[in-house]
Design a protein around this ligand. Structure first.
Ligand code: AHM
Ligand code: MG
Length: 341
């Protein structure tokens, strides 16, 4: 690697040594997660040649049919992170309960959560997909009494995260990371197998003319979301006085990555098809890590009423409505919800 290129390893060492943002254990844990993402990128890149496309003929805890790559990515992350000694347990969108570190390995203090393969519906059609992860620290009321790790240890609001990130498997494989000191992006140099810093202190513009929502659900939305989208669609002649563009990739990683790159607002709101669920996306595996990344880049993330990172989780697989991205747009949609109450 040439002198001018900053590797993920160097970035993390500096976050530890210069900024005091992470502990040595967390640094090593993030290195392992990044290594697992490289392995997933290789499996994704093989596609039909590696026999990894199609359904695994199994269902996850949410009753969704798992794709082969969902299962492979989940296994890669678990195998890579089990033995390092930094974790107490893991939780995955693809597993019913938590995965405590087996007794044969040393136990650490951190908790790792992940959506191993986000955007599963895009796997077979060769559209960008990704891995989303979040790291929490176990909280102890009494540090002298160490209880066996349980699901309750994971039920912390998103503001307690100590690291969060995603890896997008697209034309490039890019790892996006925050440890609470801004957002950094690293692209995988495939020849060298190294993560190279391409941008630090990523910023999301506060204003935008681009929104992302699955428009086919229009008839199911609540009034505040309809109002917001109607105003965007009215363009320069409408109350917003400007034209809006729309994008919807159906991979949250890809939609969020675009927002980090050029701004925009992403919405996956509550809808009346499932009136008793607050939303489709998962709080712990998707909304919290993405919410923190977006906030660290100067954007905002709410469920229409309150900040995503302040939501107290009740269960590992809680769902939530998500509105995130350019600050002024997120604040506008949130205000429309408040005005409707
Ligand atoms: P997944 O984790 O099962 O892939 O589901 C989450 C994905 C998000 O990446 C994306 O924003 C959304 O589901 C797309 O949903 P829809 O197909 O309803 O548009
Ligand atoms: Mg997902």
């Amino acid at each position: 690697m040439s002198e001018s290129r900053i590797s993920l390893t160097r970035y993390l060492i500096e976050q530890q040594r210069v900024h005091g943002a992470i502990t040595p254990q967390l640094r090593l844990l993030l290195e392992v997660v990044a290594r697992a993402c490289k392995r997933i990128a290789i499996a994704v890149g093989k596609g039909a040649l590696g026999g990894v496309l199609g359904s695994a003929d199994t269902e996850n805890v949410q009753g969704e049919v798992q794709k082969k790559l969902d299962v492979i990515a989940n296994e890669v992350l678990i195998e890579a992170n089990e033995w390092g000694g930094h974790l107490a347990a893991m939780a995955s969108e693809e597993l019913d309960g938590i995965h405590p570190i087996p007794n044969r390995y040393p136990q650490g203090e951190y908790l790792l959560l992940f959506d191993p393969l986000d955007g599963s519906s895009n796997i077979d059609c060769n559209v960008s997909i990704g891995t989303i992860f979040s790291v929490l620290k176990r909280q102890h009321d009494d540090p002298t009494v160490i209880e066996p790790v349980s699901e309750t240890d994971f039920l912390q609001p998103g503001r307690e995260q100590v690291a969060a990130g995603y890896c997008i498997y697209g034309p490039q494989t890019t790892l996006v990371l925050t440890v609470g000191n801004g957002v950094a992006m690293f692209t995988l140099d495939r020849e060298q197998g190294a993560w190279v810093l391409i941008q630090d202190q990523v910023r999301i513009p506060e204003d935008t003319r681009e929104f992302a929502i699955n428009m086919s659900n229009w008839r199911h939305w609540a009034a505040p979301v309809r109002r917001y989208i109607e105003e965007c669609l009215a363009g320069a002649e409408g109350p917003r006085g400007k034209d809006f563009n729309m994008r919807w990739i159906a991979s949250m990683v890809a939609d969020v990555h675009r927002i980090l790159t050029r701004g925009g607002v992403f919405l996956y709101p509550w809808d009346k098809r499932e009136p008793n669920k607050p939303g489709k996306l998962r709080l712990m595996y998707e909304a919290n890590p993405m919410g923190w990344i977006v906030e660290q880049a100067g954007g905002a993330a709410t469920d229409g009423r309150c900040r995503i990172l302040d939501i107290e989780p009740k269960g590992l697989h809680d769902r939530v409505a998500v509105i995130l991205g350019s600050k002024n747009e997120v604040e506008r949609v949130t205000r429309y919800h408040q005005e409707a109450e």
